[in-house]
Design a protein around this ligand. Structure first.
Ligand code: LMR
Length: 334
């Protein structure tokens, strides 16, 4: 009887071990959810990541990409990451205010002269340090991806800050962006990206700010009569994961995934500027062909007025963000 019990226990044990071995042969699934079109820098980056993982980690990791808010909007996706319902996301840097105040630096208006300056800051020591500014909330930043500089639009021409007064603007989830529009005497409204087109079309809001690639791919030009080339701020992304999930990955797989992300990041960042110009041209072509919208070029004097009107936001958020973070960003401009 004793012998029978022992052999039964051994049998059960080996069955369990066998099951474990089988289980470990199952590829690790990485769901990557985002909110933009597949033709944008983030959309292309997510696909590239999927393709390279398929090639280099075949049978070990499978990536599924869900674009266009198919799975979650950017607020829900952060909860989904913690719940393990998705493993990767790349929300705009404007959407992390709940988890760290430091990343708000990216929303400060007229802080970065251009995307090259943003790049220098992100790849420099301060930018790299900020990648792990949310570990206490369970998130780990893996990479920065560019989208581009933001442009303003509304249902009336925006040449100078006074033109924005009294208008309702859709903004991302960001206290800094809220303050930026309040400084103009405008009324900011936080809405998910998926709701913007409708909100513009139905007059829930009068205007918005976004990059050329988002404006073009989501056809905001159909529902906005005036665009201003303001380049007043940046909209970039943080590729983010659940810190515990990432730590639990086998070392060799984690290293390879990080290598792939770094390579894809370089390509996304190289492409972003190019795509911004192509998208801007499409909006300009639409404007010329239909006369339904216009793209204004602002003079240096007009831009200086916008800068002067918005820049007090820096002081307002300096203590939250940290003076050293802002100074490092300013230094990236030269
Ligand atoms: C937005 O909400 O306007 C953007 O953050 C969308 C995006 O991911 O580019």
């Amino acid at each position: 009887m004793r012998i029978l019990m022992i052999s039964l226990t051994l049998l059960l044990l080996s069955a369990c071990l066998g099951e474990q071995t089988d289980h470990s042969a199952t590829p690790i699934k990485i769901k990557f959810a985002h909110v933009v079109a597949e033709s944008t820098p983030k959309g292309i980056g997510a696909k590239l990541f999927q393709q390279r993982v398929e090639k280099r980690l075949a049978g070990k990791v499978v990536v599924e990409v869900y674009p266009n808010s198919q799975l979650y909007d950017d607020n829900k996706v952060m909860e989904a990451l913690l719940l393990g319902d998705v493993q990767l996301a790349a929300p705009s840097l404007a959407k992390f205010g709940k988890y760290t105040k430091k990343l708000q630096v990216f929303d400060l208006p007229f802080l970065f002269d251009n995307l090259e300056a943003v790049n220098r800051f992100q790849t420099g020591p301060m930018g790299q340090k900020l990648l792990s500014s949310m570990t206490q909330s369970g998130y780990l930043g893996l990479a920065y991806w560019h989208n581009g500089m933001k442009q303003l639009s509304a249902n009336q021409p925006l040449r100078v800050p006074a033109n924005a007064k009294g208008l309702k603007f859709r903004i991302q989830q960001s206290h800094v962006l809220q303050a930026q529009f309040e400084m103009l005497g405008a009324s900011p409204q936080k809405l998910a990206f998926a709701e913007v087109y409708n909100a513009l079309q139905t007059g829930v809001v009068d205007g918005q700010e976004n990059t050329w690639s988002n404006i073009e791919s989501k056809k905001f030009y159909e529902v906005q009569a005036h665009f201003s080339q303001s380049n007043h701020g940046v909209l970039d992304y943080l590729v983010v994961t659940n810190a515990a999930f990432w730590k639990r990955l086998p070392d060799d797989i984690r290293t390879e995934l990080e290598q792939i992300l770094a390579e894809v990041g370089l390509e996304v960042n190289r492409l972003a500027q190019e795509l911004a110009m192509v998208s801007r041209q499409s909006v300009m072509d639409f404007a010329q062909e239909t006369g339904k919208t216009e793209v204004l070029t602002l003079s240096q004097a007009e831009l200086a007025q916008w800068r002067k009107a918005m820049q007090p936001v820096w002081k307002q958020f300096e203590s939250e963000i940290g003076q050293e973070v802002i100074e490092a960003a300013i230094a990236a401009n030269e």
